[in-house]
Design a protein around this ligand. Structure first.
Ligand SMILES: [Zn+2]
Length: 238
């Protein structure tokens, strides 16, 4: 059977969450030879601009820019993400399909309610995915249990004090290129209001520069953890 195994699986409530928040860290890890998949829970059909088909095309284009191994949309309802059993099963199926060492997921607190709901949903599903008595299948074949040891929640819109940050200075241009793939979302490229593309990129650069400042670099992306970070020795940190 075809292997979908990746090193990192990034979940996003909406297509473009992953690009806006952490495409820099993803590009860095792909350059290190790591395989990355993205699973969008919805197609973002409640967005003000662009159709669902357009958003899927844009998500595919952004994945090509980043060098993603696989990307798919689960078809959950945009604006109504719930931590219920049927949604958890869909996430468990994805975790068992891609068997990641590390899972990345939305912010634990954010402006869009789908983000924090996704954070809790993915955390709970990852635990349950390790229980063999929860049965799922892929293409008619039973899936093996799988639990990732690490789930990192990325900071996106609202500011959150991160537990660690990753330097993305060298890949900032590629991050912006991947965000620009979502051109249907931005009606007026020259408008500087916060909902325009240039306004959004300014906001992302500001957040990433605040995190970068703390590690003496230009740009960084922030993450929170749900358990302590263990360090092998004093010399493993920047
Ligand atoms: Zn979102």
């Amino acid at each position: 059977m075809k292997s979908y195994k990746v090193d990192i699986l990034a979940f996003g409530a909406h297509p473009d969450d992953v690009e806006c928040a952490i495409s820099g860290a993803i590009v860095k890890h792909i350059a290190m030879g790591k395989k990355v998949a993205i699973v969008d829970l919805t197609v973002g059909e409640m967005g003000t601009y662009g159709s669902a088909e357009m958003r899927i095309q844009e998500a595919t284009k952004a994945a090509e820019i980043l060098g993603i191994s696989h990307r798919e949309q689960l078809g959950l309802k945009d604006g109504a993400i719930k931590n219920d059993e049927s949604s958890r099963i869909k996430i468990i199926e994805s975790i068992r399909k891609y068997q990641p060492e590390i899972i990345l997921s939305n912010a634990i607190h954010d402006r869009h309610p789908d983000h924090a709901n996704t954070a809790k949903l993915v955390n709970d599903a990852n635990f349950l995915s390790g229980l063999k008595n929860i049965k799922t299948s892929l293409h008619g074949k039973p899936q093996n249990k799988w639990r990732s040891e690490f789930v990192y929640n990325y900071v996106q819109d609202f500011f959150i004090e991160p537990d660690f940050v990753i330097d993305i200075t060298d890949v900032m241009a590629r991050k912006i290129e991947s965000i620009l793939a979502y051109k249907s979302q931005f009606k007026d490229p020259n408008n500087t209001n916060p909902n325009s593309i240039s306004g959004l990129i300014d906001q992302i650069k500001s957040t990433n520069s605040i995190y970068g400042r703390q590690i003496n670099t230009k740009f960084a992306e922030g993450f929170t953890v749900n358990k302590y970070i263990g360090v092998r020795d004093f010399f493993q940190l920047d």
